[in-house]
Design a protein around this ligand. Sequence first.
Ligand SMILES: [Zn+2]
Length: 175
Amino acid sequence: MAAYNIYSMKILVTIIFLSFATFSFGQAEQSNTIVINVTADYKPAIIELIKNHTEISSFPTLGEKIKYKGLDTGYYTFQISGHGKTKIVSDSIYVMNGQLLELHVTVTGPCLYDHPADQIPICPNEHTDNIIPIVYGLIGQTRDSASTVNKVHLGGCVVTDCDPKYYCTKHKVEF
Ligand SMILES: [Zn+2]
């Protein structure tokens, strides 16, 4: 009976915690797949999978189902963060070898890289100098031009609807 009471209390504490958190984690175990649900009120969300303080993977997402296969038996945690957002850490998730870990990411909020058109871009370190636009896609011949390289930052070829727009040459940060 005593054990039952402690268990109830833990559930209650978890529910209270979730109602104040930006992210909600729910673990539902079905056969050989563990499903974790995450909701972020901004995008992109940086998803990190951690085991024993070691990063297994880290990447940004605009919302998707991510499958982790071939994980070793042990405790894992997810860490979710965004540009300028506090990092949120999930409860420990026990995964056995052979089990599939599935993370369902739902993203509801605005793009953190949206900049009002009439506003001068400001570095996260709060200054307006040494800031250049980021250019995506293939630049072609101008790529070799020293003057062009200094005036724009090359952002690569993969473009989403939520990418950094500016680059601070002083702090080497995209925003
Ligand atoms: Zn800066």
